[in-house]
Ligand binder design. Structure first.
Ligand code: AMP
Ligand code: GLY
Length: 442
């Protein structure tokens, strides 16, 4: 006991935290960090229309691409910990630059972020580390890709190599479709991201998101979550950034999760270390549970959105200290991460025209006064407040409602009731989020 207390006190005080990003994920992170007794202020840059509503959270009007201003703000505000929310600034080296300026950062550097920013790099790493994943082929020209397809002679999944905001993947059901997807990928549609591509065998099975906090040496695994990528009920319609989530899932037992840790997550961490990458941040493994066992569909270098919104309310108030410990390479001296045994449900509301062409500027009405005593959280994403104080839509995914209960049914019932009290022109949300677990509670 004494030893644990002594090592805990070794973590420096955590008074001021900056979260970089503007989505629901960043608001949820800021909200969870603000629960720490030690934390006095959480800044979010640039945040969104909901940031200020959250206890002790403040917006900084600095875009995440403006690295120099972020560094200056961190120094002048005496920030103790920076949490970088999204893949773009991570892939652009923000974490490296902040570290070079002496700051403590949760989020991998540019090298580590290649887990997400280059599908080729990531697949090569998986191959080197013997991590179960779909068979793949890389190509740098259209001809090379089409020749590979002729040789393989079956429909494939076509993936642009770089970051394409979730739009660079086509799952083809025929060879003809695969040919067209290859052509499209090299047409310039994905810009730089499409300069190379990965062809993959198509796997089948339910998908689950796993989040491991890494301090470069060890891992701490969070409860599993399930996203809902398609726009419409019944998993129909186009792919989106994510229409809702729940946590934990029931798909992996404790033993399965242990196996995922040993066969997938730790080998990934060791493979990163072998490349001299000191990875301090989230390793997000998107797994497909195939009949041959879990296989990695993709790695991401940050929390999932909206999985993060569902997960954060399950974290104890020590969460901020755990992030700090990971950022300092000292997870072993962190408080033990405790997750609530409750079920958490998250529903995302999107704007008219999402995902192709979301309309901005619709007036949002929120009437949640009757829910003051219910376990609900409202996390804004694409919202902004005008100078006159009006709340308007300003992005595709507008906001999410999250709730917790003893059962999935209870959590979703409250979340849907609360969502009913939110309105704007063209609002869309799925009615069936969590269908995998609702009405199946024991
Ligand atoms: P990614 O951007 O790599 O996560 O891919 C987006 C989505 O495409 C995933 O969440 C899966 O639903 C699907 N997907 C990607 N790769 C494969 C694959 N090899 N087989 C089947 N589905 C896939
Ligand atoms: N929820 C999927 C993602 O964040 O990539």
């Amino acid at each position: 006991m004494e030893k644990a207390a002594a090592s805990l006190s070794e973590l420096p005080q955590l008074k001021k935290v900056l979260v970089v990003g503007s989505g629901g994920r960043e608001n949820a992170l800021a909200w969870a960090i603000a629960k720490s007794q030690e934390v006095e202020k959480v800044y979010v840059a640039p945040g969104n229309g909901g940031t200020q509503d959250q206890l002790t959270c403040h917006r900084l009007d600095i875009q995440e691409s403006n690295h120099e201003e972020i560094i200056q703000a961190c120094i002048s505000l005496q920030i103790n910990l920076v949490v970088v929310g999204g893949e773009k600034p991570l892939a652009a080296g923000l974490a490296d630059q902040l570290r070079a300026a002496g700051l403590v950062v949760f989020g991998p550097g540019e090298q580590g972020a290649q887990l997400e920013s280059s599908k080729n790099w990531s697949k090569d790493l998986m191959k080197e580390a013997n991590i179960p994943t779909a068979k793949y082929w890389s190509a740098s020209t259209e001809k090379e890709a089409q020749d590979l397809l002729s040789k393989i002679n079956k429909p494939l999944v076509v993936k642009a190599d770089g970051l394409a905001a979730g739009k660079g993947v086509t799952i083809c059901s025929s060879i003809k479709e695969t040919r067209e997807a290859i052509k499209e990928s090299f047409s310039g549609k994905f810009g730089e991201a499409g300069a190379k591509l990965v062809l993959e065998e198509c796997l089948q099975g339910p998908e689950v998101s796993i989040f491991a906090l890494s301090d470069g040496e060890t891992l701490e695994i969070l409860p599993t979550a399930q996203d809902h990528k398609r726009l419409l009920d019944g998993d129909q319609g186009p792919n989106t950034g994510g229409m809702g989530a729940y946590a934990p899932t029931t798909m992996l037992s404790k033993k399965d999760l242990e196996r995922v840790k040993n066969d997938i997550l730790l080998p990934t961490l060791y493979a990163l270390r072998k490349k001299n990458i000191n990875y301090r941040g989230v390793i997000y493994a998107g797994l497909m549970l195939t009949k041959d066992g879990p296989q990695v569909i993709e790695f991401n270098c940050r929390f999932g959105d909206p999985e993060c919104q569902a997960l954060m309310p399950l974290m104890s108030s020590d969460f901020a200290k755990v992030l700090q410990a990971a950022a300092m390479g000292r997870l072993k001296s962190a408080p033990k991460l405790k997750a609530s045994p409750l079920k958490s449900a998250c529903i995302v509301a999107t704007a008219y025209g999402y995902p192709e062409n979301p309309r901005k500027g619709d007036l949002i009405s929120i009437k949640l006064n009757n829910f003051q005593h219910s376990p609900i959280q409202l996390f804004h994403s694409g919202t902004k407040i005008t100078e006159e104080g009006k709340l308007l839509t300003s992005g595709g995914r507008v906001l999410s409602i999250v709730s917790q209960g003893d059962s999935y049914n209870e959590a979703f019932e409250i979340a849907y009731k609360a969502m009913n009290q939110i309105n704007f022109h063209g609002i869309n949300y799925r009615q069936d989020i969590g269908y995998q677990v609702r009405n199946k509670d024991k």
